[in-house]
Design a protein around this ligand. Structure first.
Ligand code: ATP
Ligand code: MG
Length: 435
């Protein structure tokens, strides 16, 4: 039997996983500066949660869900996105209770699953980093959360960035707009794609989001939601724009932009890259306000704002930019063994160094010393500890500073009696003369 990974999945091998760690660490630092706390929710949930939370007419729910019946005949789904599960957790754990500080600022990093046609930047299991802010309608929440997204991308020196915003207004404004949109689209009905025909009466705003070229041409002249905002939504959008300007964050308004989820209202945004080589998947981050979702999932009315972005697409972009990742942690020491008889002593030495908080690898294959030193060089070890049979008989070990080649023969009894003193003495002796 020849096993292969499933279509749309990837193995992240050690060289690649170092990139992931670097990105995640950097993002976590920025999230900490903004005082977001991590939440980890299950990878699968009731199918219904996503159907209602994400919206029945969305591509995610209607075409892309990995749903299945478990052995107890429950209808479940692997999470296709992060928000629904976090909102469920927020409601179920009563995080809305007054003892919790508001707004509650949460983030997650993890795998999402969508049944899609795999291609570059599009997988069936992929990873998202997302944030959710619960419990404030202050437009400053919208702005700081968008600023956070921009800060994360800027921290990787991504220069070709564009923040695009729009407002979907409140439910009332959207109802009026819906009518106007249907009136505009009806005369074009025959020319709309099959999906858009189906959505025209169910959820006409989604027609604006269509990727079909004919649909795109038709909606180019559609009325804009911005002309249907009520006073409150207008003021909210104005406040958001003012604060973005205050922070000197450039933005564009796309009056036809909508989001894939049903429960968005007021501010929505995308971060796009204008990098030449990035092609059509130019959106690297998307989010907005969703004041209706917590209630929809069974909680009290709670204002909310969030975003999500795909880590694979970020890595793709960084690779295109030839981004240099910060170098990972170094190897403190490599233990070279000469002869099988030193195996036990090398085991003791290696563990002793690790217990003293050093990062250490040793030789297991008893190769020629030259090969072992090559490995130590390749891994940029700071020191090599060489154990040979003759030396061991005298209870000695040789420590070499790989940076300058200087070495010192030391007594193991001393070394095991007092690591701090003996090792710092050796390190001093092995320093460059001018250091
Ligand atoms: P697209 O239009 O590319 O299908 P989307 O609107 O479905 O994107 P969202 O649901 O808003 O995307 O998800 C947010 C982000 O997650 C996207 O901007 C992208 O970076 C990433 N993403 C979405 N689907 C995939 C996928 N199948 N593989 C890899 N990343 C993805
Ligand atoms: Mg999609």
């Amino acid at each position: 039997m020849n096993y292969r990974k499933l279509k749309g999945t990837v193995d992240i091998l050690p060289e690649e996983s170092a990139k992931w760690q670097a990105i995640e660490n950097q993002a976590r630092n920025i999230l900490h500066n903004y005082q977001f706390k991590e939440i980890r929710s299950p990878l699968f949930e009731q199918f219904e949660l996503f159907a209602r939370g994400v919206g029945e007419t969305s591509d995610i729910v209607s075409k892309e869900m990995y749903d299945f019946k478990d052995k107890g005949d429950r209808h479940l789904a692997l999470r296709p996105e992060g928000t629904a599960g976090i909102v469920r957790a927020y409601v179920e754990n009563k995080l809305y209770a007054p003892e919790y500080h508001k707004p509650m600022k949460l983030y997650y990093i993890g795998s999402m699953f969508r049944y899609e046609r795999p291609q570059s930047g599009r997988q069936r299991q992929f990873n998202q980093l997302g944030v959710e802010v619960f419990g404030s309608k202050n437009p400053a929440v919208d702005v700081e959360t968008m600023a956070l997204a921009m800060d994360i991308f800027k921290s990787f020196n991504i220069k070709d960035l564009k923040l695009v915003i729009n407002s979907l207004g409140d439910a009332d404004s959207r109802l009026k707009y819906r009518e106007a949109l249907i009136n505009y689209l009806e005369p074009h009905f025959e020319n709309l794609s099959k999906d858009s025909k189906e959505r025209l009466y169910k959820n006409p705003l989604r027609v604006l989001d269509s990727k079909n070229e004919k649909d795109k041409a038709i909606v180019a002249d559609a009325p804009s939601i911005l002309d249907f905002l009520n006073q409150e939504s207008k003021e909210h959008f104005e406040a958001v724009k003012t604060m973005l300007e205050e922070l000197s964050i450039p933005y564009e308004i796309d009056k036809n932009m909508v989001r894939g989820l049903d429960y968005y209202n007021d501010t929505i945004f995308e971060v796009m890259t204008t990098h030449k080589k990035f092609g059509s998947n130019a959106t690297i981050c998307a989010g907005g306000r969703y004041d209706g979702l917590v209630e929809e999932v069974g909680g009290p009315s709670t204002k909310a704002f969030g975003f999500g972005f795909g880590l694979e697409r970020l890595i793709l972009l960084l690779d295109l930019m030839d981004y240099t990742y910060p170098s990972g942690p170094t190897l403190d020491a490599y233990v070279v063994t000469i002869g099988e008889k030193v195996n036990v002593a090398a085991t003791r030495l290696t563990q002793y160094l690790r217990q003293n908080n050093m990062s250490v690898e040793r030789e297991f294959l008893d190769r020629k010393p030259g090969k072992q030193f090559k490995t130590a060089d390749k891994w940029h070890a700071n020191y090599v500890f060489t154990m040979g049979e003759e030396e061991l008989a005298k209870n000695k070990v040789t420590i070499k500073n790989l940076k300058n080649g200087r070495q010192e023969n030391i007594d193991l009894t001393d070394f095991y009696a007092d690591f701090e003193r003996t090792f710092s003495e050796v390190k001093n002796k092995l320093k460059n003369k001018d250091e």
